[in-house]
Design a protein around this ligand. Sequence first.
Ligand SMILES: Nc1ncnc2c1ncn2[C@@H]1O[C@H](COP(=O)(O)OP(=O)(O)OP(=O)(O)O)[C@@H](O)[C@H]1O
Ligand SMILES: [Mg+2]
Length: 272
Amino acid sequence: MTEGSTTPGASAVSLRDVALRFEGGRDGSDYLALQSVHLQVRDGEFFCLLGPSGCGKTSLLNLVAGFLSPTAGEVQVQGQSVKCPRRDRGVVFQSDRALFDWLTVEENVSFGPRMLGVSETVWRPDVESMLRLVGLWDHRSKLPRELSGGMKQRVQIARVLANDPDILLMDEPFAALDAHTRAHLQKEVSRIWSASRRTVLFVTHDIAEAIWLADRIGIMTRGPGSSIGQIFEVTLPRPRARMTAAFIDLFNQLSEAIDQQAGVSPLVETRA
Ligand SMILES: Nc1ncnc2c1ncn2[C@@H]1O[C@H](COP(=O)(O)OP(=O)(O)OP(=O)(O)O)[C@@H](O)[C@H]1O
Ligand SMILES: [Mg+2]
């Protein structure tokens, strides 16, 4: 399919029979990271990916972002074949090294709208509200090297939200944050999502975070040749309260499914 052609009634994100092979490792070997991946993320859906470390979650996100091309199969966004990164997909990376080192916090966050030629009277209030949202208003004149890892991550989140993308691709965006900031941002992302209904593809290691945020949760199988093994529907009403019986029940089901994929045997209760 050529860039620009669309499939009517398509999902926001679609992966059909996707494989990804990394070639030419240092020892000359290849690694088949993904195989037979099928995924349809609905328009406006919050979809979380959970899975063991190294199974291919970041690789899958990079395919949707357009940073990687599949070895086989097809990746589509809004019915168009993904060929390269585009502004309609905002990416929050797993590492905190994605900022422009020479720009202040505020300049980093306002970079997208400024590059698009949006007038300052329009972008300034949005950028201010994003900086306040992530708790960095008082640090807006600092450079990234003057920030902690968690603060840098919050700049990334604010920068992506300021670009107002149709699809948010988030790779463990809260992993580096303290528990309080993490809970605050989870709540805010959930609130922003409820208000705007943007499509979100969100990677996390945190089962509770996935239940807290997602409409559906996909469990990735262990590599090589990882795929999406099981998909769980989260039907708990929003806003969600932790520690309800239904929350704990789903937590246990997901935990068991991930252990199975990671090859961990369930704990056996022993008596002395
Ligand atoms: N550029 C690359 N070249 C070769 N192999 C790679 C490359 N990037 C990733 N891999 C391999 O592909 C597999 C999947 O990596 P990926 O980073 O997608 O995992 P992940 O699920 O995001 O892990 P984590 O939860 O630890 O972040 C791993 O075995 C990794 O070693
Ligand atoms: Mg990763």
